[in-house]
Design a protein around this ligand. Structure first.
Ligand SMILES: CC/C=C\C/C=C\C/C=C\CCCC(=O)SCCNC(=O)CCNC(=O)[C@H](O)C(C)(C)COP(=O)(O)OP(=O)(O)OC[C@H]1O[C@@H](n2cnc3c(N)ncnc32)[C@H](O)[C@@H]1OP(=O)(O)O
Ligand SMILES: Cc1cc2nc3c(=O)[nH]c(=O)nc-3n(C[C@H](O)[C@H](O)[C@H](O)COP(=O)(O)OP(=O)(O)OC[C@H]3O[C@@H](n4cnc5c(N)ncnc54)[C@H](O)[C@@H]3O)c2cc1C
Length: 671
C-alpha cells in the first residue's frame, strides 16, 4: 500500500492526524460493509496495483485519442486475464463489490483512468443477460461472456431518442419461415448512438428494438446481436458500426454508433425471460411490460454507489489539500493559517463528507430493496416494482447530482490548483457529471418519482395503504411546528411534513389546471417545475431517514459514533437551511427553529474541524486511486505539482517547434 504510517507525511498532516477523536478503522469497515470486506478490498488493491502492466507510460492527457484508447484497452484486457488467471483471483474479484470497484470508481479508476472500454460488458451486458435471459440463455451466453470470449454492450439509445424509449425506431421483425429476427434501422435517427464500448471494442450487443411479429408491434424488447466477426473483428455484413468522437470525459469508453440493414439473427437470440415469441410467431406477453427495463433499474442502483465513491475521492483530495495549503491572514500579523481554518472552507468540505455517508446509507437500503423486489418478481409478485422504480430513479438522480455538485465544490475549494489536470479533480468531475445524463436523464428521473408521489397521494386520499417509502403521505398535517424539539427524529418528521405539504400542493395545482380544462398531461407539464422540487424533497427526506437509521444501527465505539452523529446532524441541518422555504411554508419548522439550526451548524463545523483529515483518511483511498498531486497521503503537494509540470512533453525542450514556425516570424517581422 502507499505510505500510510503517521510519520510519513508532512508536518501539517501529521498534526491533523494526531488530533483524531475516533477510530478510523471502524469507519473504514462500516463503509466497506465489515472488516473482512476491507481486508478483501485491500488485498485486491495490493495485487492489482503491484502489477506494472497497469502503469501508464505517460499521462493520458498527453496521448492522442487513439493512443489513449489503446492504452486503456491494454490494461482492461490485462485485468480480465488476471480474473481468469486462477480460481483464487476469480473468487477475490468475482463478487459484486469487486466487479463494481474494478469497473467503476473504486480500484478501477486507478487501473483505467478515463473510461474502461470493457465497462459496459460488465455493468450492463452481463446483467442484461442475467436479468432478461431464460435459464438456458444465461447458461449459453454467460459462459462465453464471463471469460471475455465475447464482449458486449447495451445498445438502447438512438440518435433520435434517448429518454423516450417507446419512441425507439430500431425494429426486430420475426420471420417464422426462417425462424429469425430481422434487425433494421429504418431511418438515420434510428442509429444506435452512445453505447459504451460499441465503437471499436465489442463484438456483441444487447440491442433494444421494437418487436414485430404476426404483423403487430409489441414494443421494445432485448435481443443479443452479433456486431463483429469473432475471428477477424470486422463488422458483420449488414452492420455499420463506429465510434462517436471526443466527449467531455470518459473518452476511452469508445462510445459508438450502430446501424442495421435487414440484419438477421436466430430466434434464440431474443432474450425471453419475461416475454416470448414462439417459433410460429405467437407473442407471449410479460407479467408487466416494464420488466424489459430491468437492466436500467439495476444500473441506476449501481450508480448511487459509484456517485459517492467519486465524491469520496474529491473530498479526500480537497480536505488534505486544505490542511496543507496556507493562505491569507485570519488574525493580522499571525502566520498564514491552513485554509481549513476558514469556516467558509469547512462549510464547503464537511457537508461533502456528510453527503458521502448519506448517499451510502441510502444506496445500501435501495440495494437491499432491489434484491428483495427482484426476488419477489421471480416468484411472480410484482407489487413492489413501482416503488423500486421510484426509489432507484430518485436515488440515482439525487446521488449523481449531489456528487457532481460536491466534486465541483471540492475543485473550487482547491483554488487554481484544482483546475490542473494533475489534481485529478477535472477528470473526477467529467466522469461524475456523465451520470446525471446516462441511465435516465435526471429531470426525467425526477418526473418519474413525482408521478409515483402523486399517484400515492391520490391512493392515500382514497384510503389505500401506501408502500413504505411514501407512507408518510397519509399523515399530512399543515399545522405549525409547536414544540422546541429539534432532535434528529423531529427533523426527519419535519422533512416528511414539508414534502407531504408540497405533494398535496402539487396535486392541488394539477387539479386546478384540469378544472380549467387542461388534459392531465398538459396540466402535468404546467406543474412540472414544482413536481421536480417535490421529487427532490422526497429523495432528500428518504436519504436523511436512512442516514439517521444507519447511524443508529451501526455498531461503533463511543468516539466513532459521536463523529458520525455530527456528520448526520450536519447533513440534516445543511439541507434544511438551504431549502428553508419548504420547511417554513409547510409549517414544519419556524423561523426561530431555522435560526437555532443555523447556530448549531456553525458549532458542528467547528466540532468536526479537528477530525476533517482523519475522516477522509478513513475512506481509505489508495494514493493511486486518488491519482492527485494535491491529495496524496503525505501532503507533499508543491513538490508533486512541480514534478508533474516537469513531465509535460513541452518541457522536454527549451524552445518549442512553434516558436520557429509561428512566433519568430511574427516577432521578427519588422526586422
Ligand atoms: C455503475 C456504474 C459504474 C461504472 C460506470 C461505467 C460505465 C457506465 C456508463 C454508462 C452506462 C449508461 C448506460 C445507459 O445510459 S443505457 C440507456 C439508459 N436509458 C434510459 O435510462 C432511458 C430513460 N427512459 C426511461 O427509462 C423511460 O422511457 C421512462 C422515462 C421511464 C418512460 O418509459 P415509458 O415506457 O415511456 O413509460 P410510460 O408509458 O410513460 O409509463 C410510465 C409507467 O411505467 C412505469 N415504469 C417506467 N419505467 C419503469 C421501470 N423501469 N420499472 C417499473 N416501472 C416502470 C412508471 O412507473 C409508470 O407507471 P404508472 O403506473 O405511473 O403508469
Ligand atoms: C457518457 C454516456 C454514456 C452512455 N452510455 C450509454 C450506453 O451504454 N447505452 C445506451 O443505450 N445509452 C447510453 N447513453 C445514452 C444516455 O442513456 C442518454 O443520453 C440519456 O438517456 C438521455 O437521453 P438523450 O441524450 O436522448 O436526452 P434527451 O432525452 O433528448 O434529453 C434532452 C433534454 O430534454 C429533457 N427532456 C427529455 N424528455 C423530457 C420529458 N419527458 N420531460 C421533461 N424533460 C425532458 C431532458 O431533461 C434533457 O434536459 C450514454 C450517455 C452518455 C452521456
Amino acid at each position: 500500500m502507499a505510505a500510510r504510517k503517521e510519520g510519513e507525511c508532512c508536518e501539517d498532516l501529521r498534526r491533523e492526524r494526531a488530533k483524531c477523536s475516533f477510530n478510523k478503522e471502524e469507519l473504514t469497515y462500516l463503509m466497506d460493509g465489515g472488516k473482512d470486506k476491507t481486508l478483501h478490498r485491500r488485498k485486491i488493491e495490493d495485487i492489482f496495483l503491484a502489477d506494472p502492466e497497469f502503469l501508464d507510460p505517460i499521462r493520458p492527457e498527453y496521448m492522442s485519442h487513439e493512443e489513449r484508447y489503446n492504452n486503456e484497452l491494454r490494461k482492461a484486457c490485462h485485468m480480465i486475464r488476471k480474473f481468469n488467471e486462477n480460481e483464487d483471483m476469480q473468487q477475490l474479484v468475482g463478487e459484486m463489490e469487486g466487479i463494481r470497484s474494478l469497473m467503476g470508481s473504486g480500484l478501477g479508476v486507478a487501473l483505467t483512468k478515463d473510461g474502461n472500454p470493457l465497462a459496459l460488458h460488465f455493468v450492463m451486458f452481463l446483467p442484461a443477460i442475467l436479468g432478461q435471459g431464460t435459464v438456458e440463455q444465461q447458461g449459453y451466453w454467460m459462459s462465453r461472456a464471463w471469460t471475455g470470449e465475447i464482449i458486449g454492450t447495451y445498445a438502447q439509445t438512438e440518435l433520435g431518442h434517448g429518454t423516450f424509449l417507446r419512441g425507439l425506431e430500431t425494429t426486430a421483425t420475426y420471420d417464422s419461415n426462417t425462424q429469425e429476427f430481422i434487425i433494421h434501422s429504418p431511418t438515420i435517427t434510428a442509429t444506435k448512438w452512445w453505447p459504451g464500448g460499441l465503437g471499436k471494442t465489442v463484438n456483441y450487443a444487447v440491442v433494444m428494438a421494437q418487436l414485430y411479429t404476426q404483423g403487430k408491434c409489441h414494443g421494445v424488447h432485448p435481443f443479443i446481436v452479433q456486431i463483429r466477426d469473432e475471428e477477424t473483428h470486422q463488422s458483420m455484413p449488414g452492420v455499420t458500426v463506429g465510434e462517436i468522437g471526443p466527449r467531455l470525459g470518459m473518452n476511452t469508453n469508445d462510445n459508438g454508433f450502430l446501424r442495421f440493414n435487414q440484419y438477421r439473427i436466430p430466434h434464440t437470440n431474443m432474450l425471453m425471460k419475461h416475454s416470448q415469441v414462439l417459433k410460429d410467431g405467437t407473442y407471449v406477453k410479460p407479467a408487466n411490460d416494464k420488466l424489459s427495463y430491468g437492466t436500467m433499474v439495476f444500473v441506476r442502483v449501481a450508480i448511487c454507489f459509484d456517485a459517492y465513491r467519486q465524491l469520496q475521492r474529491a473530498v479526500t483530495i480537497a480536505t488534505r489539500y486544505s490542511a496543507v495549503r496556507h493562505q491569507s491572514e485570519l488574525v493580522p500579523g499571525e502566520p498564514e493559517p491552513q485554509i481549513l481554518e476558514y469556516q467558509t472552507q469547512q462549510y464547503k468540505l464537511l457537508p461533502q463528507i456528510a453527503t458521502v455517508y448519506g448517499i451510502m446509507f441510502a444506496a445500501n437500503d435501495v440495494w437491499n430493496t432491489y434484491n428483495e423486489v427482484t426476488g419477489n418478481i421471480s416468484e411472480g409478485n410484482l407489487a413492489y416494482l413501482p416503488e423500486l422504480h421510484a426509489l432507484s430513479c430518485g436515488l440515482k438522480a439525487l446521488s449523481s447530482t449531489d456528487a457532481t455538485n460536491g466534486v465541483d465544490v471540492c475543485r473550487l475549494a482547491c483554488g487554481g490548483h484544482g483546475y490542473l489536470a494533475t489534481s485529478n479533480l477535472p477528470r473526477i468531475y467529467t466522469t461524475t457529471t456523465a451520470a446525471i445524463t446516462y441511465e435516465g436523464e435526471n429531470t426525467v428521473m425526477w418526473l418519474q418519482v413525482a408521478r409515483y408521489l402523486i399517484k400515492s397521494y391520490h391512493d392515500a386520499q382514497k384510503g389505500h395503504r401506501l408502500q413504505q417509502s411514501v407512507s408518510y403521505l397519509t399523515t399530512q398535517s399543515a399545522s405549525a411546528h409547536a414544540t422546541a424539539d429539534l432532535s434528529n427524529t423531529a427533523l426527519v418528521a419535519a422533512y416528511k411534513q414539508a414534502v407531504s405539504v408540497m405533494v398535496s400542493n402539487a396535486a392541488a395545482h394539477l387539479q386546478d389546471h384540469i378544472s380549467k380544462g387542461a388534459v392531465f398531461e398538459k396540466a402535468w407539464n404546467s406543474c412540472s417545475v414544482y413536481l421536480v422540487k417535490c421529487a427532490q424533497a422526497h429523495a432528500r427526506y428518504y436519504t436523511c431517514e436512512k442516514f439517521v437509521d444507519g447511524v443508529n444501527r451501526a455498531e461503533l465505539s463511543e468516539g466513532t459514533r459521536t463523529v458520525l452523529l455530527r456528520l448526520c446532524r450536519l447533513y440534516l441541518i445543511y439541507h434544511i437551511t438551504i431549502n428553508q422555504g419548504d420547511f417554513l411554508r409547510s409549517g414544519a419548522l419556524t423561523g426561530g427553529d431555522i435560526s437555532s439550526l443555523e447556530k448549531e451548524m456553525a458549532d458542528i463545523l467547528a466540532a468536526l474541524r479537528p477530525d476533517a483529515v482523519s475522516l477522509v483518511d478513513s475512506f481509505d483511498i489508495h494514493d493511486r486511486v486518488l491519482d492527485s498531486s494535491l491529495g496524496s497521503w503525505d501532503g507533499n503537494v508543491y513538490q508533486r505539482l512541480y514534478n508533474e509540470a516537469l513531465k509535460s512533453p513541452m518541457n522536454q525542450t527549451d524552445v518549442p517547434q512553434g516558436y520557429y514556425k509561428y512566433l519568430r516570424p511574427l516577432m521578427k517581422a519588422n526586422l
